[in-house]
Design a binder for this molecule. Structure first.
Ligand SMILES: [Fe+2]
Length: 313
């Protein structure tokens, strides 16, 4: 009888523990930055996103004629912005060869950290030997924020084309928020691994609108962990999915594709140097590589920097 009583209590206990953690987390957000708390609560709704980021037509700063010495684009900047507004993503940027070479050289010379663990420091060229000593394969290796010190990264961050596209898409003077440079390696990923590594379709709500730039620093084919996204059109996000916000990550890919259309799923493959831009509000995911190793650089820009963020509390 005692065992039965305990098992009957287990679920309500787990629910109340989860609810308490949720309330505490939100209380901390509220304490640190009420603006962040408000944003994370309402920016999931399209009407709030559009209303907060609306810009009167006379103030619109379309990126006419902007070019860059280090990032080429298949289309002019105005077309890039128009595609972002219509489809949520634009694929067709390209790093200049010398920029790609410099970023790759830095990544080879700089210590990275296996599975984002500061205790697992390695150079990427030593990975095989490192995994042998560790007795297991690594899932990924991150440079944490070291790339932010590299002059070539700073040049990319301030690039006039990326800035102009961001300014027009976001409707504000863009603020650099964060970046990530990381390797992804092949391994047998469980469902929990995939969720933790953002390899299930999800959306990121880091502001009312943000824009991310992605650059492949290695060749990425279908088996090398390509990025994938659901094009914004033709169907608006359902009310339920807006309400769920970032919790949509718990929905299955089949459910999301049934709603928004299988044909809307785009997988981005390309040679090293390929770049693309995307609003992370639209559903996207990474993929676990089946072979090789993928090196991806990401930069995120928004309109303001909050005093807290999801991983800070
Ligand atoms: Fe994401």
């Amino acid at each position: 009888m005692g065992t039965k009583d305990t098992s009957q209590l287990r679920l309500p206990l787990a629910i109340s523990r989860k609810s308490a953690a949720y309330v505490l987390k939100n209380y901390r957000y509220l304490q640190k930055d009420p603006g962040f708390f408000l944003m994370k609560t309402v920016a999931r709704f399209e009407v709030a996103r559009e209303w907060v980021t609306r810009e009167p037509p006379f103030r619109r700063r379309e990126p006419v004629g902007t070019t860059s010495a280090i990032v080429q684009s298949q289309h002019d900047a105005a077309e890039v912005v128009s595609t972002l507004r219509n489809e949520g993503y634009y694929v067709g940027l390209q790093l200049a060869p010398e920029v790609l070479a410099e970023l790759v050289a830095h990544s080879e010379e700089t210590t990275c950290y296996g599975d984002r663990d500061p205790a697992l420091a390695l150079r990427i060229g030593e990975r095989e030997e490192f995994e042998r000593r560790l007795g297991r394969p690594l899932k990924l290796a991150s440079y944490f924020k070291q790339q932010e010190e590299w002059p070539i990264f700073r040049q990319l961050r301030e690039d006039p084309l990326l800035q102009a596209v961001s300014r027009a898409y976001l409707g504000c003077e863009p603020v650099y928020l964060r970046s990530e440079l990381a390797w992804s390696f092949p391994y047998r990923a469980t469902a929990a691994d995939k969720r933790a590594a953002a390899q299930v379709l999800h959306c990121d709500i880091n502001d009312y609108k943000t824009l991310k730039f992605f650059f492949y620093l290695t060749d990425v084919g279908p088996e090398n962990g390509p990025h994938a996204y659901i094009k914004k059109n033709p169907r608006q996000r359902t009310a339920l999915h807006q309400l769920l916000g970032q919790r949509c990550a718990s929905l299955s890919e089949a459910q999301l594709l049934q709603t928004y259309g299988t044909k809307q799923l785009v997988t981005v493959c390309g040679a090293a140097g390929l770049g693309f831009a995307g609003d992370p509000y639209y559903f996207h995911r990474g993929t676990t590589p089946l072979k090789g190793a993928r090196l991806l650089l990401q930069l995120e820009l928004g309109c303001r920097r909050y005093r807290t963020w999801y991983f800070d509390v």
